[in-house]
Ligand binder design. Structure first.
Ligand code: UD1
Length: 432
């Protein structure tokens, strides 16, 4: 593959970049890795039981390493094996403190709260960080756990939680928060009595967590629905288990977006059509042909995309994490598309970067109006977060000339070898 030397700003030439040259149709096959938003939660659930857990289909991403460090600080050690396998050992000597230096790096660190509170009865957790795309409070997590008998104090940037033994209650969420559902679930497995979570989030990653918890001996009904019923077991009685991480629907969508703007045909091994139904329907509305196969999807991009209107919603709706990809696809589609963000009002920051590539997008509050152009034009852009970073790589595939993406560390947090997989499909992409 020949990617010309990029014209870089000497002041930042030591920073890693991804360099993309658009215009090559994609062909071939890639295997979609396991989901970041699942594996981090599976890892946090190892705090619940002593023993050795082996997880397979684990993506090679920076957030797994950060979560390993956080768990190591608490008392669970992780060893990375071959071919997407990790082994975590919990010897029962836990220090229920999650320090700022680690928690501030990933939002999923909040997921240690439920297991530690249920198991240890006390937790000291730094308030979480994560992607910088808007306010991300944890009030629903705390309110639910409070209903179960926990008390909280927020002091010096830390949440200090206590509970002698949590008890089961009926909790109705005002909004199906992914993180709050997970924290209540992992606390409820050791609560006294039955916890009912109504209006629970039902993302495939939550079902994946429920399936691990069930293998560990938890008693959960309603998996995959918006009402989860958890019958608590005695504290300390869950056991370690092995688990295969669910495939990443967001990474799968990224490769679909890549072929959609480049043209060509690809096969995505492991992609789960049943986890992406609404998205695939809308992608078909845009003109893609998507054929389900026994172990994945074949995607044919034979013509220019048509514009559509899209609104993000909790699962099974169109995930907010797909949105930068959709906005990028609309940037080169035929017509005008309106994208409405219903989860994170501030999550349009990457639009400025797409402007640098010549996209015609105007935003107003939580709406974006995208007027499609025949193509974009390559430029230097900066990834502001994980998903927007990947979308900028896709935008580079739709651009004339060369696009250089900085802020690559964001992409590395959630994408397992995005560059290598795109190269395998024939894209002109390189890491510098
Ligand atoms: C998870 C995903 C993230 C995805 C999001 C929505 C992980 C690590 N991250 O984030 O990639 O974009 O789901 O699909 O899995 N909210 C509150 N109070 C709360 C909790 C949430 O107001 O206590 C609000 C948030 O600010 C946000 C919305 O609810 O506006 C969605 O949050 P939530 O579903 O909890 O997402 P996360 O678990 O943080």
């Amino acid at each position: 593959m020949a990617v010309p030397t990029p014209s870089v700003d000497p002041a930042s030439s030591s920073e890693p970049t991804i360099v993309v040259r658009g215009g090559s149709p994609l062909h071939g096959e890639v295997t979609v890795p396991g989901a970041k938003n699942s594996v981090l939660k599976l890892m946090a659930a190892t705090l619940l039981a002593d023993g050795t857990f082996t997880f397979t289909n684990v993506p090679a991403i920076a957030d797994v390493a950060i979560m390993s460090e956080l768990l190591a600080a608490i008392g669970v050690t992780t060893a990375v094996g071959d071919a997407g396998t990790i082994t975590l050992v919990n010897d029962g000597r836990l220090v229920p403190v999650a320090p700022y230096e680690l928690v501030e790096q990933i939002r999923a660190s909040i997921n240690v709260l439920g297991p530690l509170l249920g198991r240890c009865g006390t937790v000291r957790l730094s308030l979480p960080g994560g992607d910088d795309f808007g306010s991300r409070p944890i009030d629903m997590h705390l309110k639910g756990l409070e209903q179960m008998g926990a008390t909280f104090e927020i002091r010096h940037g830390y949440v200090e939680a206590h509970a002698d033994r949590l008890h089961g209650v009926d909790i109705t969420f005002e909004f199906p928060s992914v993180g709050a559902t997970e924290n209540i679930l992992t606390a409820a497995v050791y609560a006294k009595g039955t916890t009912v979570i109504d209006n629970a989030a039902r993302e495939p990653e939550i079902s994946d967590l429920c399936n691990l918890l069930t293998s560990m001996g938890a008693d959960i009904e309603g998996i995959g629905t918006s009402t989860l019923v958890v019958h608590g077991v005695e504290v300390g009685t869950l056991r370690a288990a092995d688990h295969r991480t669910v495939t990443d629907r967001i990474q799968a969508a990224t490769y679909i977006a890549a072929v959609a703007v480049s043209g060509g045909e690809i096969v995505l091994r492991g992609a789960r059509a049943d986890h992406m139904e609404v998205l695939l329907r809308r992608f078909r509305d845009m003109g893609l042909t998507i054929v389900e196969q026994p172990d994945g999807l074949a995607v044919f991009a034979e013509r220019r995309l048509h514009s559509i209107d899209v609104a993000t919603l909790p699962y099974p709706g169109i995930a907010t994490d797909y949105k930068p990809l959709i906005v990028t696809m609309l940037s080169v589609a035929d017509g005008v598309g309106i994208v409405t963000e219903n989860l994170y009002p501030g999550r349009f920051r990457y639009v400025e970067e797409l402007h640098r590539l010549g996209a015609d997008i105007s935003t107003d509050g939580h709406h974006a109006v995208v007027r499609g152009r025949p193509s974009l034009s390559g430029a230097r852009v900066k990834a502001p977060d994980i998903r927007a970073g990947a979308a900028l790589v896709v935008a580079g595939l739709a651009a004339d000339g060369e696009t250089t993406i900085t802020g690559v560390h964001h992409i590395d947090r959630g994408y397992d070898d995005l560059v290598g997989r795109l190269v395998a499909l024939g894209a002109q992409v390189a890491r510098r």
